[in-house]
Design a protein around this ligand. Structure first.
Ligand code: URA
Length: 438
């Protein structure tokens, strides 16, 4: 392989063949191709793009750089959901046991939060004793026995992606559809589920700001998934405001777990319930366990309301060493006390939220990372108590901050206050589900 020829070809907009892409990624994984050459290649891709065949080849090469789980050992249809990340997104914590209670096997690999978006893994670490590091065989054993398991994506899964992602981060090549597609799909395919449902978020709290780019990404994700024999579906959801009420770690885990309690579907935040139901129903339908959307939704609601999802939840957490007490209101999780409120400065309607700033308020509380190695206060968080389009009155509490550190609370409240706009005229509510691609 001549790496320079590959870079030159891409620079001039020529299509690479599978062997060239395989050689490049294998060489990079083996540390034979240096980072400066990979950086040049990534920038050439950023300018020239990739054909669907090149994107599929890149995904495959990154997938083969590490372990692949064999889900054929599972006794039921396997399915997973991937979210492109947002603020207050605790859907996986409800969806995994819910999907399992509907008859799916859900092997889920999750990541940590970085910047303003939260990560499922950090939320799970708020559960005393919960082990995010199961070996492959043990992971699949829990999925088989209980129906679902969620672990951290270790260095053995798509290691080429880890190093390429770090390079993209410092070379201005993150926002590139073929590179994002290969990055997401190499990791998702490695966990082996037959059905993959993607929650593609757009808006001020999302990685994709607008729906047009999100559509291009969805088309690429579906094409790559299909080329690897997966059933694929993408749902576009709004991330111009936080999802649900709780934002943080222990508090988000509590909101998710409490939602699965008897009567929880009616009591939990309506947006969280709706998005969870829709994504789980898509998994159930696309995996072939229900003939249409109505039947899939009915099945999900039954598993939610009859307590079977809560039963799976408790079995799954216990199987991974987690200690929760469903008899307690707080499930035994450590949530910090309320420290300060953000109140409406005048009457009006909530016109808009800079959702990214809401996510960053968690960093002010020590509950989100500014650097990968930052330790988190998993007990701190925010309750987001309003929605765009809602009428507010002067003095009304719009957000509440939970921390044991009053100085941090004051900084977070300031940031939250500057993240929202209260207009004098009525404003329409934001739709939550913006469309689908299958
Ligand atoms: N998430 C990923 O895993 N990779 C990307 O490139 C972007 C979002």
């Amino acid at each position: 392989m001549n790496v320079l020829d590959i870079i030159e070809a891409k620079k001039r907009g020529r299509e690479l063949d599978e062997t060239q892409i395989n050689d490049l990624i294998a060489g990079f994984t083996a540390r034979e191709v240096p980072e400066y050459q990979m950086a040049a290649f990534l920038m050439a891709v950023w300018f020239r793009g990739m054909t669907p065949a090149e994107t599929a080849a890149l995904t495959g090469a990154m997938l083969r750089s590490g372990d692949q789980l064999d889900t054929s050992v599972l006794s039921g249809p396997s399915a997973d959901k991937h979210s492109t990340g947002g603020v207050g997104d605790k859907v996986s914590l409800l969806l995994a046991p819910l999907a399992a209670a509907c008859g799916l096997k859900v092997p889920m690999l999750s990541g940590r939060g970085l910047g303003h978006t939260g990560g499922t893994l950090d939320k799970l670490e708020a559960i005393p004793g919960y082990d995010i590091h199961l070996g492959n065989a043990q992971f699949l054993d829990v999925v088989e026995r209980v129906g679902c398991a969620i672990i951290g994506q270790g260095p053995a899964i798509a290691p080429a992606d880890g190093r390429i992602y770090a390079l993209r981060d410092v070379t201005g090549t993150v926002d590139c559809v073929p590179l994002i597609t290969a990055s997401i799909m190499s990791k998702k395919l490695a966990a082996g589920p037959k059905t993959i449902v993607i929650d593609l978020k757009t808006g001020s709290g999302a990685f994709m700001r607008d729906l047009e780019n999100a559509r291009a990404l969805a088309t690429a994700l579906v094409a790559v998934g299909r080329s690897y024999g997966r059933n694929m579906a993408v749902l576009f959801s709004d991330m111009n405001q936080p999802l649900g009420v709780a934002i943080g770690h222990a508090n988000e885990t509590l909101e998710a777990f409490a939602a699965l309690r008897p009567g929880g579907r009616a009591a939990a935040p309506a947006d969280l319930v709706r998005l969870t139901e829709e994504l789980t129903a898509d998994m159930v339908r696309v995996a072939g366990l229900a003939p249409n959307a109505e039947a899939a939704l009915a099945r999900v609601r039954q598993a939610w309301d009859d307590g079977s999802a809560l039963k799976v939840l408790l079995a799954w957490v216990a199987a991974q060493g987690g200690r929760v007490d469903p008899a307690r209101d707080d499930f035994g999780l450590d949530c910090a006390p309320a420290a300060a409120d953000l109140v409406a400065p005048h009457d009006g309607w909530l016109a808009s939220v800079d959702c990214r700033q809401v996510g960053l308020a968690l960093a002010d509380l020590g509950a989100a990372r500014r650097k990968v190695e930052d330790a988190l206060d998993l007990s701190a968080g925010v309750d987001w108590l309003t929605r765009v389009g809602r009428q507010v009155t002067k003095g009304e509490t719009l957000a509440r901050v939970f921390t044991r550190d009053p100085a941090r609370a004051a900084v977070a409240v300031d940031r939250l206050g500057s993240a929202l706009v209260i207009g004098r005229e009525p404003v329409a509510e934001l739709p939550l589900i913006l469309g689908r691609v299958e």
